[in-house]
Design a protein around this ligand. Sequence first.
Ligand SMILES: *Cc1c(COP(=O)(O)O)cnc(C)c1O
Length: 393
Amino acid sequence: MTDINWNDYSLETKAIRAGHKRTHEDEHSIGIFTTSSYVFKNAEEAALRFTGKKAGNIYSRFTNPTVNAFQERLALMEKGERCLAFASGMAAIMAVGMGLLQTGDHIVCSRGVFGNTVLLFQNYFGKFGVTTDFVDLTDTSAWEAAIKPNTRFLFLETPSNPLTEIADIKLLANIAHNNNCLLIVDNCFCTPVLQRPFELGADIVIHSATKYLDGQGRCIGGAVIASNDIIEKYIYPYLRTGGATMSPFNAWVFLSGLETLAIRMKAHCDSAFELAQWLEQQAGVSRVLYPGLASHPQHELAKRQQSHFGGIVSFEVTGGKDHAWRLIDATQMISITANLGDVKTTITHPASTTHGRLTPEVRELAGIKDGLVRVSVGLENCNDIKNDLLRGL
Ligand SMILES: *Cc1c(COP(=O)(O)O)cnc(C)c1O
């Protein structure tokens, strides 16, 4: 099994079979290696492993067979060279910053990224003299204008949350490289099934495994995927020292999550598309934001860049916050929770939750209207999802 060149296989096959190095027990399904350290044959071997002259496990803060399997599988699916797993998506983003940045550096980041990413860059990296400029995801000239001689990387999510705006990864990768910076893409919403940023020129891909990679809302985890060179030089030394390691149990859950990822993403996308089209027909809905709709401003770019349009649908109801809250409270089946990427459909009111800390003016500027509702479309029967939303429409 270890002799197979997985690059010859398609994503669906890698997702099920790659990464598992079968042990002398001939197990069919991979085991969970609950061991904190590893035994060396003798003192010399211990020394060789510590200096990196001989490959092999030392301590589970650095490497663990179950975590290694997850890393290898995800790297192959993303078509990246190396993957390192972390305790959470935020720990993965933290590692990239700690590995790459030094005092005086500068980041350009899209305004619509995950809230904690904004806080990490602004408040924590900011404490150590790293500055960040936030720009409109879709405004290419704003990205270009924000770059300074000390810019280390551009950071973005596409599609954005909750507005589903799409960035042109290829264009921004060129801009980054012409200015001697890296492009980092948080690929959480699309997963490698729908979008492979490395093929478009990105240098680092981030994942919150907590979302679609798990897919059933069970574990927190994250990953950084990049070239061998970036991982060896900047990320692995930080993981070893910083210690935000993924647990073997979580890696095991994510490994089985990956096995069904392709088929789940297809079902999420099909249902989301059906729901988006249906929402466009509903009185009381003034606007539907979904990259698969012809009405979406970057529909053509989404078609080019992604293999499908994703599982997140946002829409605005007439009647602002009161109507949005009424709609959310009228649902019986759908979960009122901020998580996404679950087989269970979830619903949130961004203006009062994920974006609640922003002032009304900043929120308006960011396009988060009071009547906006975000649905992460799950795998229940789509008619049941429609009927649940209909109660409050
Ligand atoms: C959830 C999320 C994160 C953070 O991941 P955690 O696993 O919750 O730490 C980062 N980026 C995006 C786009 C997310 O949705």
